[in-house]
Design a protein around this ligand. Structure first.
Ligand SMILES: Cc1cc2nc3c(=O)[nH]c(=O)nc-3n(C[C@H](O)[C@H](O)[C@H](O)COP(=O)(O)OP(=O)(O)OC[C@H]3O[C@@H](n4cnc5c(N)ncnc54)[C@H](O)[C@@H]3O)c2cc1C
Length: 403
């Protein structure tokens, strides 16, 4: 029988995340929305707390940490593990503030890449490093197989050359996981990821972006000009396996897409919770026991948004649970990201609409959440790209057959 309740064992973790979101993130939300590019120094204390919890083993997935397929091969025990804990706590933190969650030290998307692909030695070496993720380039976004940044082996170093844009935490992080090609002639199989520590000669932050939302999060353009990185910083295998193609690099997305989808779920719930209160204050009763068409237009709209939210929420839990149980989840990760990304934007904007002038004004955070949520339908693969991936998987078509 399917049990749709959240796992009991994660309730304390989710409860803690909720307290942090309510008491530490919400109070500084507007401040750092206005002070774009200013580092939210309050997060240092929070990061130290999360480190403490992780070290004591008291917390699984307290922030946007990396996730790893757990368990030895052949282990058939069904489990609710780190992936599920991560999406649940991230959703809760994003109920507080997405931009601040994305700014949390040592919890970058690059950390997920390291956790997903690194070998044990690299995992130990990069432990505690705050890592951003640099895939996008001028002229290369959705078509990440088209990356032009090169990595050329020179002795025991790789020399990186290229430009990366829109790197989340690119200015504040300690290192960036950079996607580069070993040989453009060999196509997508030659794309590898490299951990480049901040301050490495030949790497420079060129500029920071001004953005619609998630303004607390810094977004950087980074130039690599003959940047020498130790060969052992290449994540995974240096072999170019043409048969495996892009699969190795893309595996990272199976882990990061549910995390981004969870962010959308958390942000949308923030909007729903506040709108529910505002509607109640305005005398609108939302009755879950009566058909929507028999209720006011506002109540019917609210019921429809709640149903959409629940569908997104369940898809996120499913994708994460599959990863915990070592089941291939590329299809489900993209479905979760597509659904949560879209309903996240729809719900937050519809809540602005339902709340009218209060929704549009800065007196409440509804307008901010509508701005913040849009990025969650864009980065880590846009809405359209997720739908394309889902269609390819269901129809059994390759990327060459369905573009
Ligand atoms: C705030 C912010 C933070 C970011 N953080 C990071 C980061 O940390 N690291 C990183 O590497 N990147 C990051 N990005 C980049 C982000 O991942 C890309 O913007 C995204 O992948 C889309 O790429 P693009 O902007 O080049 O758009 P394009 O790929 O040019 O797409 C433009 C439009 O065309 C659509 N489209 C493209 N191809 C198809 C197709 N085949 N079929 C149908 N529609 C299609 C897209 O869905 C989109 O709507 C960030 C971007 C922003 C705005």
């Amino acid at each position: 029988m399917i049990n749709l309740d959240d796992p009991k064992k994660f309730r304390p973790l989710v409860g803690q995340a909720h307290q942090v979101a309510m008491n530490m993130l919400r109070p500084i939300s507007r401040k750092y929305d206005r002070a774009e590019h200013e580092y939210p120094k309050e997060l240092d204390m929070l990061a130290a707390m999360i480190d403490g919890l992780s070290e004591s083993g008291a917390s699984e997935g307290a922030g946007a940490a990396g996730v790893r397929r757990e368990g030895a091969d052949g282990d058939t025990t069904v489990k609710n593990g780190t992936n599920l804990a991560s999406v649940m706590s991230i959703a809760e933190m994003c109920w507080g503030d997405v931009g601040l969650l994305l700014s949390m030290p040592r919890q970058g998307l690059g950390n997920s890449a390291i956790a997903s692909v690194a070998d044990d030695e690299q995992l130990a070496r990069f432990d505690g490093v705050w890592a951003g993720m640099a895939i996008t380039e001028p002229g290369t976004g959705s078509d990440s197989a088209n990356i032009k940044t090169t990595a050329t082996l020179d002795g025991d170093h790789y020399v990186l050359n290229g430009e990366k844009i829109f790197v989340t935490s690119g200015d504040r992080c300690d290192a960036v996981v950079v996607w580069a090609t070993l040989d453009r002639e060999l196509g997508r199989a030659a794309i590898k990821s490299f951990v480049v520590p901040k301050g490495t000669e030949g790497m420079r932050v060129e500029r920071l972006e001004h953005k619609l939302g998630i303004r607390a999060s810094d977004t950087a353009t980074i130039i690599f000009d003959n940047c020498r990185v130790p060969a052992e910083n290449l994540l995974g295998s240096p072999e170019v396996d043409v048969k495996q193609g892009f699969a190795g690099a893309m595996a990272t997305f199976d882990n990061t897409r549910p995390l981004v989808a969870a962010m959308a779920v958390g942000c949308a719930r923030a909007s729903l919770d506040l709108t529910r209160e505002l509607l109640a204050d305005a005398g609108v009763v939302v009755d879950h026991d009566r058909p929507a068409q028999l209720q006011s237009a506002a109540a019917a709209k609210f019921l429809q948004m709640e149903a959409d939210w629940e569908a997104a929420h369940l898809l996120v839990l499913q994708a994460a649970w599959m990863a915990d149980n070592r089941q291939p989840n590329s299809l489900e990760a993209s479905m979760a990201k597509a659904k949560a990304g879209r309903v996240g934007s729809d719900i937050t904007l519809s809540c602005v609409e339902l709340a009218g002038s209060i929704g549009y004004s800065e007196a409440e955070l509804l307008e901010k959440w509508a701005r913040d949520s849009k990025i969650l339908d864009i980065f880590e693969g846009t809405q359209q790209i997720q739908q394309l991936i889902v269609a390819r998987r269901i129809l059994g078509l390759s990327s060459a057959e369905l573009k």
